[in-house]
Design a protein around this ligand. Structure first.
Ligand SMILES: N=CN[C@@H](CCC(=O)O)C(=O)O
Ligand SMILES: [Zn+2]
Length: 412
């Protein structure tokens, strides 16, 4: 099946040779072709060029994209999409002055979501998650990482990971699964944190690896949650089972999680709202992708990741949503790209690079996703008629997506 798209006002993120990530100054450049055509063959990008060089091509269907822009679909490398119910009461509690930490300390937060999830059957969990997945696909997300971490028992974590496995099988969107057993200390392990890490390392990770339910491991490395030592144990156990790490670090405090992540070859270190000069230094020369989650900063009113300092230090940066019921009940990558420009002083070019090719790196799929490159997946956003690509982050809160193609097919 071949689809030809013609008269594209601008084809964005065109990379003739496959790149895996962009860093520092490289992020300022967003290569494009104006007045372009694009040929899709089944699930892949077959060819592209300028309209004045369009050869005669046999296609099963042709789409006229006059006035419209095409870019690779967003890659969301950090979500907690599988959850049961919502936590809007905590949202109201925060409006009345309680902090995220105070809510967690009085039994809310992650442990609250764990109670709800443990009481929810797998089918209902699947349906609730599928609804959210379809919503983010319509918003232009074409690949997504989904974490466990609201189970906090072996059975409930397995239930979450089985839901993700089923979504992988059923949905056109590319999915990676991350095991986040160390998201919060379950009540049953009160004052026995090290025993919970023993359970994760000796029981949960081997079982999850045996059933091939995860691609990565994660840990919430933060004061009041898990220490750097706990995080290192989990990352080392992950490595033994071929599960690289993608970890939560520096959301509220800088406690050494980034250094530990880099030393353990973490694929990404995520959040980074609180960064010291040493944290930036330790990332230099590493293969670890820093990931910012600006819609979490918006929702919790916490600092934004210092993107300018990170990029101006020559480092790469990726953007993701962190979609979850507590700190970010939104999976809208368009809003994330806008916030990156508005609140983190990233240029539209930097933000689009961070939400496509660098985000693909952060979920280990930059060979197949994140740019318009021959042979990569035909995962595309076709915009409405808009004046320029800068209009996308500028017109924050509006949706200018006309259609989304995943694996070469329109999803709606
Ligand atoms: N910070 C840790 N985990 C999630 C929030 C989880 C929750 O509040 O339910 C996050 O990435 O923001
Ligand atoms: Zn998260």
């Amino acid at each position: 099946m071949k689809t030809l798209i013609t008269n594209i006002k601008e084809l964005l993120q065109v990379r003739h040779t496959s790149i895996d990530k962009l860093q520092g100054q490289e992020m300022k450049d967003l290569p494009s072709i104006k007045n372009a055509w694009l040929l899709l063959h089944d699930d892949l990008i077959e060819d592209f060029g300028t309209m004045d060089s369009l050869p005669f091509l046999e296609a099963d269907s042709t789409i006229d994209a006059t006035g419209k822009i095409i870019l690779p679909s967003w890659v969301d490398s950090h979500t907690h999409l599988v959850y049961a119910g919502n936590r809007e009461q905590e949202f109201v509690d925060r409006i009345h002055g309680l902090t995220y930490e105070e809510i967690a300390n009085k039994g809310g937060g992650i442990v609250n979501s764990a109670q709800k999830l443990q009481a929810t059957d797998e089918e209902s969990l699947y349906q609730q998650t599928l609804t959210r997945l379809k919503e983010v696909m319509r918003l232009g997300t074409g690949a997504i990482e989904i974490k466990s971490g609201y189970g906090l028992t072996l059975d409930a974590e397995l239930k979450m990971l089985r839901v993700i496995k089923r979504l992988k099988q059923d949905s056109p969107i590319h999915i990676k699964a991350t095991f986040l057993g160390a998201h919060a200390l379950p009540k049953a392990y009160k004052d026995r944190r090290v025993e919970y890490i023993d359970e994760i390392v000796n029981v949960m990770i081997p079982k999850i690896a045996e059933e091939q339910l995860a691609d990565y491991v994660d840990v919430f490395c933060e004061k009041g949650y898990f220490t750097v030592e706990d995080s290192v144990r989990i990352m080392e156990a992950g490595k033994k089972y071929n599960l690289p790490a993608k970890i939560h670090v520096n959301q509220f405090n800088s406690i050494g999680g980034i250094k530990a992540g880099v030393e353990n070859s973490a694929l990404s270190v995520d959040h980074l709202e609180v960064m010291t000069p040493e944290d930036i230094e330790v990332l230099k020369g590493s293969d670890t992708m820093p990931v910012a989650l600006p819609s979490c900063s918006l929702f919790l009113s916490i600092p934004y990741t210092p993107a300018r300092e990170i990029i101006d230090a020559g480092l790469p940066l990726a953007l993701a949503t962190d979609y979850n019921p507590g700190s970010t009940p939104s999976g809208n990558m368009n809003l994330v790209v806008s916030l990156a420009c508005i609140k983190m002083r990233m240029t539209p070019e930097e933000a689009i690079n961070a939400a496509t090719i660098n985000a693909a790196y952060a979920m280990g799929i930059s060979k197949t996703h994140g740019s318009i490159t021959k042979g990569k997946k035909a995962n595309l956003i076709l915009t409405e008629s808009i004046p320029s690509y800068g209009f996308l982050p500028y017109s924050f809160g509006s949706n200018h997506i006309e259609s989304v193609f995943l694996e070469g097919k329109p999803i709606n």
